[in-house]
Design a protein around this ligand. Sequence first.
Ligand code: GLP
Length: 252
Amino acid sequence: MPNEAAFDRTAGWRIIRQILEKSDSVIGLSTGQTTINMHRIVSHIYTQYPFDVSRVTFFNVDELTNLPREYAGSCYSMIMDQLVGPLGIAEENFIMPPTLSEDFQAECRLFEERLAARGGADLQMLGIGANGHIGINQPGTSFESETWVSPMDPDFEARVRRETQVPEDTILGGLTRGIKDIMHTRKLILVAKGAHKADIVAKAILGPVITAIPASVVQLHPNCEILLDAAAGIHIEQWRKERGGASPDREI
Ligand code: GLP
């Protein structure tokens, strides 16, 4: 996409298109700086020109564990604020694991079972971390992983700790769809914007498929689109130019 605004608009319309094409779609979202505007755009368009969302199911690819759900940085709060609230999605159509539980393993299974009961995920929007993580699957995570509680990226964890009153001896984690579950989604859209994502995006898309870069696994998905703004896609563009306009074997 030529710039950030075009990226936000295009990504937002991908979510709307999925809903218009299949009114009972099961749609996975991703939180973070990358997706805030696209969610706001969907909410804005819905307010102006309401479309039928009564049968759509939303969920998020991940959620933080061991802190209150009301924390503004929990995935539940962010998605509720940015999209699910403004669209008036019914509670039973917003599938999220809890942030607090005695048995997260059981919650992980239940989460996937609830998605499966709705026919499985149709679309998963996927952000990418600076270290190549998808969901909260950090480098080294097996491609066979199923929904689980992963350790968090240390920088991200430090930020969450600064923003919460979670006691120091409480272990924070990230309940995340496993890479295998993500790959079982019918359509993936990997989204990235900003120059700070350019290097990792190039490694993930043009480099080898390796667990050291979890996002590289999307190269193996038969229906994955990669949406980038110009800054995040700068190395891909360079790669294309060097090859006379050839595109990597993926829709970017
Ligand atoms: C966090 C989220 C991921 C997200 C990633 C990118 O780790 N748990 O789901 O994809 O960060 O975030 P940002 O868009 O802020 O760079």
